[in-house]
Unconditional design. Sequence first.
Length: 314
Amino acid sequence: MTGITAAAALAIGITPLARLRRLGQRHNLPDDVQMWLKMEWANPGGSVKDRPALAIVQAALESGDLGSGKTLIDSSSGNTGLSYAMLGAAYGFPVTIVLPGSASAERKQILRVYGAKLIESDALEGSDGAIRLVRQLVAESPDRYFFADQYGNPNNVLAHFEGTGPEIWRQTAGKVTHFVASLGTTGTMIGTGRYLKIANPAIQTVAVQPTDAFHGIEGLKHLPTAIVPPIYDETVVDVHLTCDTDRAYDLTRELAAVEGLFAGTSTGAALSGALATARSLADGGQSGLIVAIAPDGGSKYLSTGLWSGYEPDM
């Protein structure tokens, strides 16, 4: 199994980076304050989480921790679970995902399409409830599972340090000045930010998280009230910003209407950080090239409050 590279794995990474010109103009930004969006929904599993999932799976296959009938198990708010399920189908190993009951119907159905087993945790406990449940299941049957542990697996960070960070550096010809990412497992921010700061210590990293614990931005964590991922390294983050659910929804919808880019709600949160950073630069008479991560596309959210019943202004 380890000697074969699955077709899905070959398609992961090298995602597009697009300048948000019309959005910048709409928010009255000068031309020398540029906002760019890295479109991670171009990965075959539809999200940025394909990157860490692949790194975790490949390391486990090479070490022998995964294989011989073992089931990969992990908790997920949705996207990483989809990535594991895709890779399980591609490589031929069973996958069990513990997912909050509040996750979108689209996410649950896609997991089933790939053949993964889905266990739903208490919707009111969010991603932390899923984490606690998967730990319980692994403790009860340690020989049955390979616990991928996306929140604590160093390969999560490594995937972004070796992939996402160098891609952004190359795609901007080293001109990136600010990197913005919303916080979930935190691997995207820590791995990418760590690489970019080595490439140029002057680059500023901006982390965005929900304003409070009870929010509707799927995939994100409010770290002051959540189980903090072991891979999180606060020293990598220069600026901490928050975004409420309504703001994330509004910017996600605006991105679709103004730029024609159909993204998920965590992208709206990242855009709030990018716009705040851009406004600060503009007001200070400074230039900059801001790169924000779009973790996933919008198709998995059609049944949620983001789009359900939404009527755009014509």
